[in-house]
Write a protein that binds this ligand. Structure first.
Ligand code: GLN
Length: 537
């Protein structure tokens, strides 16, 4: 088994995750089985308890693990099936070590960062190695070289690489080469210093990937090669992409990173077949059609809060050869100005997941606008609950209908917590989480889009459609197109008298890939395109 460790230097937000994922794309398309893993140095056991302001989106896996959003890149860029083993935090490591200590597993010894914490990290790597059966495991170390909290992980990968031998593990350092306007030059010093910092702790990178705004040029490459002690061809340029993140694998292929990696790791494979990927990028850069989609949320100003949603929308665009311009609409702006002002002229309206009361009335107004004006609507998790509340209030005339999350005393709790959830007191990892089966109803638009009757989708929520109201809704043409196989929970709703009004209690966005766009997003964008051009769906 071969290992690639990806570290980051100089600054955060360099796109290490994208680089690791893109490497995964290339290796997979060379016929290798890859797996990707992320180490997060923070002390939270998982990011599930963090606000999107802290952390961006929480990405949910099939097995219910709440993980770092980089795992979303990993799954979108490859075909790997990730599990909770693929995201390790310091919190998890310390929790295990401390439990071991209490159980007496280190009896007689002083428990220390080296070797107890580092051994636990290495153990987790071996477990992933065995379980994944991959040829290559790409491990991204979160944070930036020089961070105190990242040190145990760096020490662990140093030891690990030594143990598995030089042709079985390599280090890729992603760094920043800033362009200084006043000098009109790219500067390599920060890169030199961050590599020096790594070498201080015994890690000598084999490849230095340079994030930059302008091409590196021969001179800068030579300088980095000399000072960072890597061959000239191992200084890789990763310039800001012009159009889409899906260009990154193609860019790295042009820089021959995958050849380099395969040589270093003695992997004998044919070149990566990337024709399908080029076609994906072509559709994103020069699509045949265009459409505008409004995403109504409360973390609109944050780039990362709805990451998978934005990506899945663009995948729906790929499936329809349709460029999608996403208009981010702050739900509170709708509360202030009314829906029309912010939503008029859009091809489709999407309300994503969310927690907490802020902006709820704005989202309800958005759903109402979509329903009444026959604008395609896709609701995701909270977006489904919102659509339900809106319908109850404005069609069923249950004026004060609400979710008990926002109004515990509502006379019409159309969305409410399951009994099993009301007893939960711990916050971490206790929602309804992960992939669960869903049965689709014959003759519905949803089943037609999926082309199947049993599907599996990922969940992350506590509240559900309240079954006491099912009949009332059904009579008013509010259809239940998906339910749990035992029929007890509503999973998908759709409106019969509307060109496209579908909302799911689960998160389809976590299952969409550029090469496998999710059917709900494909259908949504097709409907949005038809709406824009006033064609029948
Ligand atoms: N807050 C809602 C719930 O807990 C929706 C969650 C979500 O959108 N992920 O059920």
């Amino acid at each position: 088994m071969k290992y690639i460790f990806v570290t980051g230097g100089v600054i955060s937000s360099l796109g290490k995750g994208l680089t690791a994922a893109s490497l995964g794309t290339l290796l997979e398309n060379r016929g290798l089985k890859v797996s990707l893993q992320k180490f997060d140095p923070y002390l939270n056991v998982d990011p599930g308890t963090m606000s999107p302001f802290q952390h961006g989106e929480v990405y949910v896996l099939d097995d219910g693990a709440e993980t770092d959003l980089d795992l979303g890149h990993y799954e979108r860029f490859t075909n790997v099936q990730l599990t909770r083993l693929n995201n390790l935090t310091s919190g998890q490591v310390y929790q295990t070590v401390l439990n071991n200590e209490r159980e007496g597993k280190y009896l007689g010894k002083t428990v220390q960062v080296i070797p107890h914490v580092t051994d636990e990290i290495k153990k987790r790597m071996h477990v992933l190695g065995e379980k994944s059966g991959a040829d290559v495991i790409i491990t991204e170390i979160g944070g930036t070289t020089g961070d105190i909290e990242g040190l145990p992980f760096l020490e662990a990968i140093r030891e690990f690489a030594l143990e598995v031998g030089p042709t079985n593990a390599i280090f890729v350092h992603v760094t920043f080469v800033p362009f200084i306007k006043a000098a009109g030059e790219l500067k390599s010093k920060p890169t030199q210093q961050s590599v020096a910092k790594l070498r201080e702790i015994g890690i000598a990178p084999h490849i230095v990937v340079c994030r930059c705004e302008k091409p590196l040029g021969k001179e800068v490459r030579e300088k980095i090669s000399l000072f960072c002690n890597v061959p000239f061809e191992a200084v890789v340029e990763e310039k800001d992409v012009d159009h889409t993140i899906y260009e990154v694998p193609l860019m790295l292929q042009r820089e021959r990173v995958d050849d380099l990696v395969c040589n270093l790791l003695r992997l004998d494979t044919p070149p990566a077949k990337m024709a399908h990927w080029q076609e994906i990028v072509r559709k994103l850069i020069a699509p045949q059609h265009r459409v505008r989609i409004g995403v109504v949320g409360k973390y609109i100003e944050l780039q990362d809060a709805y990451k998978s949603v934005y990506e899945a929308i663009s995948h729906g665009g790929i499936a329809n050869d349709c460029g999608v311009e996403i208009q981010r609409v702050d739900a509170e702006d709708i509360e202030r100005d009314g829906a029309e002002k912010h939503l008029k002229g859009l091809g489709g309206i999407l309300v994503p997941g969310g927690f907490g009361e802020r902006g709820i009335e704005g989202k309800i107004a958005a759903a109402r606008y979509a329903r009444e004006n026959l604008v395609p609507y896709l609701g995701l998790c909270l977006g489904m609950q919102i659509a339900t509340i809106e319908f109850a209030r404005n069609v069923l005339k249950l004026a004060k209908a609400h979710s008990t999350e926002f109004d515990p005393n509502t006379p019409h709790p159309v969305i409410a917590m399951l009994d099993s959830q009301t007893k939960v007191t711990n916050k971490g990892g206790t929602m309804r989480l992960g992939a669960q089966p869903c049965q689709l109803a014959v003759g519905t638009k949803t089943a037609q889009l999926y082309g199947a009757f049993v599907i599996k989708e990922r969940h992350r929520h506590r509240y559900e459609f309240n079954n006491a109201y099912r009949e009332l809704f059904q009579k008013a043409d509010f259809g239940f197109s998906g339910q749990t196989p035992d029929g007890r929970l509503v999973e998908i709703i759709e409106l019969a008298n509307h060109p496209f009004f579908i909302a799911s209690q689960f998160h389809p966005e976590f299952r969409s890939k550029p090469h496998l766009p999710h059917p709900l997003f494909t259908g949504f964008i097709a409907a949005a395109h038809a709406h824009t051009h006033q064609k029948p769906v």
